[in-house]
Design a protein around this ligand. Sequence first.
Ligand SMILES: Cc1cc2nc3c(=O)[nH]c(=O)nc-3n(C[C@H](O)[C@H](O)[C@H](O)COP(=O)(O)OP(=O)(O)OC[C@H]3O[C@@H](n4cnc5c(N)ncnc54)[C@H](O)[C@@H]3O)c2cc1C
Length: 489
Amino acid sequence: MIYDVIIIGGGVTGCCIARNLSKYDLKIALLEKEADIASGTTKANSGVVHAGFASPREYVKRDMCIKSNKLYTQAFEELNFSFQRIGSFVVALEDNQIKKLEEQRRQGTQDGVPGLEVILDKKKIKYMEPNLTDDVVGVLHAPTAGIVSPYGMTYALAENAAMNGVKFFRNQKVRRIKHQNYTFIIKTKDKEFKATNVINAAGVYGAKISKMVGLDYFNIMPRKGEYILFDRNAMHLNKILFPTPTKVSKGILVCPTVSGNTFVGPNAQNITDKKDISTTEAGLKEILEGGRHLVPNLPLRASIRNFAGLRAVPDTYDFIIDNTDVFGFINVVGILSPGLTSCYAIAERVTEFLELLGANMTVKEDYNPIRPKLDKFKDFSKIELDKKIKEDPAWGRIICRCETIPEKEILNAIHSPVGATTTDGIKFRCRPGMGRCQGGFCRPRLIEILSRELNIPYEDVVKTGEETNFLVAKTKEIVLRSLEGGSEE
Ligand SMILES: Cc1cc2nc3c(=O)[nH]c(=O)nc-3n(C[C@H](O)[C@H](O)[C@H](O)COP(=O)(O)OP(=O)(O)OC[C@H]3O[C@@H](n4cnc5c(N)ncnc54)[C@H](O)[C@@H]3O)c2cc1C
């Protein structure tokens, strides 16, 4: 079988492109090297849908961000992911920073960012965000900025793409690509795929994939950003809070998540190892100090997790979205921040490229853009819940006590299109293990459920993928084996 399009990389970029293309009469496959989609940069970032005024005006990413922010409204209605337009503040702590805010407001407004306003009335600012430091002298308010679950949205995009016929292949690391007679032959460890068009959305590995077809015109360096996440009950923020930006980064922000937690981060550290997502004492100190300039009472004692993500930084510092010289090969790489925000506009650009390449862009008659809303225990009234439990007792078996997640939500996560096959896959889809105890109570139960539902032994259940098994064997078997070994000696 020859696919019309193969997408390499199952992050938000690849999945959004897959969903956009699934509307057309095309045979499409997506290859992801990890055991699950949304395992790269998409898994660990700030989850901010930026208003779009922050990048320099000459950059493609500014234009993409402004357009894509507007496209979130329709996507949210169709795909039912968690998204809230709560608005952001860029905070000035010194009078001389107000000039910068005024400039950002003027240019942003000219470029089509709605509702930008510089507020200098301290009482009003503190009313809008009481947690903000008393040292604030002014803010740039962007009401169209929002927060989103980056992986939640990516699962929704992938599920809807799969519903519309896109085939997802996980655990398929692309190792080689051959281009002959207008066909790409893509080799993974144990499979071969063929396609007329290939889209490279491989994140920090984008340059490696591009070089496989002889295109060596950019480099991508990882730049790490660390975070501290606080317990949901620790504090409640109304707004996304940015400091006045520096040249290399938007700075350390303090921000709520769609689940009601607060986080502080990220810093910006150039590194060489594309797998290094460790956190460091110095890094955490840096972000905590940075965050405290904006919110002095950050509740460190309520911190529940530290994590880090890697920006895919190209030498140009801008998105690379190219219909390349290799006919049918499209690079969508160097998708650093605001790539999460920009995904809808990026997907539209790629669709235009495919049209230019002669792909069949007839809209399918049975295309369905709706990904149904997921049933959640927490959204039911007492009466609805009683009814649900009578219909299916799995609604009443609570597996995660911190987040109140019943077995039924876990089963839905496993059996959805592009469903979870790892404990992290379940955690990121429906939150068991995201609460205060961080999985101490529910993880053994998740292992049991995955083993039963996927019909695999306990020892084959993994956290994220290869070599992340929880169990090596049953204790009894290990003892027996060692006894047998002993008797042979
Ligand atoms: C610290 C930080 C904060 C950020 N904050 C924001 C924000 O608030 N708002 C915003 O808009 N953007 C933000 N971003 C940027 C945003 O997260 C990224 O732009 C976006 O996640 C990029 O998605 P992607 O799909 O291009 O890359 P990825 O999510 O990395 O996906 C690439 C995928 O390709 C797969 N892959 C790689 N090599 C192969 C191979 N050989 N074969 C098969 N598959 C392969 C990987 O496993 C991965 O799943 C932030 C980024 C960071 C790091």
